[in-house]
Each structure stands twice: as C-alpha cells, then as structure tokens.
Design a protein around this ligand. Structure first.
Ligand code: FES
Ligand SMILES: [Fe+2]
Length: 360
C-alpha cells in the first residue's frame, strides 16, 4: 500500500460498523433472480421491509412491505396481472405503489400509496435503488458473464450477523486467506498483499504468483490435479460497494495432451445491508467452462461454502464482541500495509455518505 493512502500511517478512517453506515443512493442486490417470482417474498433491505415479486409478464417489482390500510404485509398477498393484492382486505397496488382498487368501496383512497423502489434485473441478480428515486444516475455494474452460456456459475447465499462493511472489507482483504482458510483454500502463498489502484471509481488490484498448486476449491472446476503446480494471476475489481470480483487467472504450463492450459474462475462477492448488524451475502464462483457437471458444481459449492463458513463464524464473533463491548468503536484499530483495499473501501464509503449529507 502506498503512503499516500490515508490509513497507511495509522490514521483512522471509520467504517461505521455499529452505525447506519449504508449509502442509499446506489444499486444494491435484493435477490438472486430465481428467488423472485409471482409469489411475493419479503426481504429486509437497508432496514426496510421490502416485498419483491414479478408481474405475470415477468417484470420484477419492489414495494415497501406494508399496506397503508392496516399495515398488513403485502408479501403475504398475491399477484394478479400487474398488481399486488393485499391479503387482509383485498386492496390492490400497481408497481408505483398507487392503490388501484379498494374492494369495499367505490372510491380509491387518494392517500393510499406505498413507497416503491426502482428495480433492475442484471446478470443473475435483481437490483434495487432504495434511496432518492430522482437521483438514479447509473445502471447496476456489468455482470453479463453471469448468464453467459460459456460460463458455469456456482453460487450461494448467507445471512450473516455482521455489518455489511465487515464482509466488504473481508473479501478484499486477501492476506487472511493463508491464515483463516489454511485448511480450506490452502492457498498458503498468499501472504503478500497486492498493490491497489483506482480505475475511475473502481478499486483494482493485480498480483502474479509463481508456480504453486492451485487452491483445491477450484481444481475440480478446471479439471486440474490438486498437487499440480500452475501459474496464477489474481485480478480484483470493486466497481461499487455492493459488488466485487476476484478473478483467478490460471495457466497450466504442462497441460495433458488435448487439454486447455488457461482457465478463469471469477469470484463475485455481493453484500447488501439487511437490518442493523445483519447482511445478505450472495456469492458466485463462475468458471469460463461452458458445462460443468452437476457433480463438479456440487463439489465446488460444498468446498467454497466450507471456506466461507470460516469467514461467517469469525465476522459474527467480531460483530458480537464489538456490539457488547461498552467501548464500542472507541478502541485502538491498527492499519497494516496489507489493508490497502480495505482503506479504499472506507474512503469510498465516507465519500458516498458525505454526498448524501451524512457522516460517520
Ligand atoms: S390491511 Fe391491506 S387492505 Fe386492509
Ligand atoms: Fe475469507
């Protein structure tokens, strides 16, 4: 990490892990696209109960999950055409949250509206903009590879009892892999951190490794023996606080006859604040291999999950300790040279909050 990054010399940049520390005016992932159907579902997003559903034509929608009549959860109701129907007394609402029918009377109550949120389907996920609906100035990050038939995705989901920023920093903090994941990732050459740099608003890193066995997590997906030395270039990008990618570019210098020598597995880490101290964590490991067998996909899912269980366990303990400690955030926090990417996360977070007139 270069010395021009605040934090490199012990300067504190807060991450607000016990606070309301999530920017509103950006795209966050609400769900995997397969989760959202014409059967409404409820999910806490940015401390807001949200009902997610699809119209009968497949269009996704997101509304505050509280009917304005007697506050029944619309997620217990049903979809009729392009309306959602409240389960309690049958009031209907369109995707803008406007009441289009109150069955018990002829007049539609003019005040009966619900906050609605912009929704976009991009790649394998449904994205929502929970903040100022007039401030939408971009699309969700480009994730077309997630639905490209030349790639095979393996994905999973956790609800983690920790603030979202701890997970966001964790997935960009690479030196923990050699320690916390020594029995799962087994990528024990990763004890030096890459330099990070900015490409516009995107945090990036790139790091090249000498010949070494590849983490067993990804060997099955690439059809490589677990003890075969390969070259690897790690490339990472965080285009938004909501999502980051970690590409494992693998080169086999001695492929078996007729076998490929180069592969990519693209890790994708998505975090969305749920309730205070709780986070949705969606992950994906996508191989640039058109068809992985179900057996290989399941093996990969199990081994990645075993590794991410280790992060979940540690971060939940960390959060619980800090929450219960009367010192709260008022305690020494040391920054090491390896924390460059995490410091950039904090810088971006503080800048975004400032732009919304908030501060940590
Ligand atoms: S609570 Fe929804 S219609 Fe009465
Ligand atoms: Fe980890």
């Amino acid at each position: 990490m270069s010395d021009d990054i605040p934090g490199a010399n012990g300067q504190t940049i807060p991450n607000g892990m016990l606070q309301d520390n999530y920017p509103r005016n950006m795209w966050w992932v609400a769900a995997h696209r397969d989760e959202v159907t014409t059967k409404p579902m409820m999910r806490w997003l940015l401390e807001t109960p949200v009902v997610l559903y699809r119209h009968e034509d497949g269009t996704p929608a997101a509304l505050y999950d509280r009917c304005p009549h007697r506050w029944a959860p619309l997620s217990e109701g049903h979809v009729a055409g392009d309306k959602i129907v409240c389960p309690y007394h049958g009031m209907e609402f369109d995707r803008s949250g406007t009441c289009t029918k109150a069955p018990t009377q002829h007049m539609k109550p003019k005040t009966a509206t619900i906050p609605s949120f912009a929704v976009k389907e991009a790649g394998a996920y449904i994205w929502v903009w929970m903040g100022d609906q007039d401030a939408i100035d971009c699309d969700p990050p480009e994730v077309g590879y997630q639905v490209d038939p030349n790639w095979t995705p393996v994905n999973g989901y956790y609800e983690v009892a920790a603030n979202w920023v701890l997970i966001r920093e964790n997935v960009l903090d690479l030196t923990h892999i050699a320690f916390l994941h020594k029995n799962t990732f087994k990528q024990d050459d990763w004890i030096t951190a890459p330099d990070t740099y900015m490409d516009g608003e995107t945090v990036c890193y790139e790091q090249e490794f000498d010949l070494a066995p590849l983490s067993p997590l990804f060997c099955a997906g690439m059809g490589l023996p677990e003890d075969k030395p390969i070259k690897r270039v790690q490339k990472g990008r965080m285009p938004s606080l909501a999502i980051s990618f970690s590409d494992w570019n693998v080169h086999d210098p001695n492929p078996e006859p007729g076998r490929r020598s180069d592969f990519i597995v693209r890790g994708c880490h998505i975090v969305t604040p749920a309730q205070r101290g709780r986070t949705h964590y969606f992950w994906m490991a996508a191989f640039d291999v058109p068809e992985l067998t179900d057996e290989v996909a399941e093996k990969t899912r199990k081994s990645v999950t075993a590794a991410f269980d280790e992060d979940k366990h540690l971060l939940e303990k960390l959060q619980a300790n800090v929450e219960a400690d009367p010192r709260g955030l008022d305690f020494l926090e040391v920054t090491l040279g390896a924390d460059g990417a995490g410091i950039r996360v904090r810088q971006i977070l503080n800048k975004k909050l400032k732009a919304e007139g908030r501060a940590l």
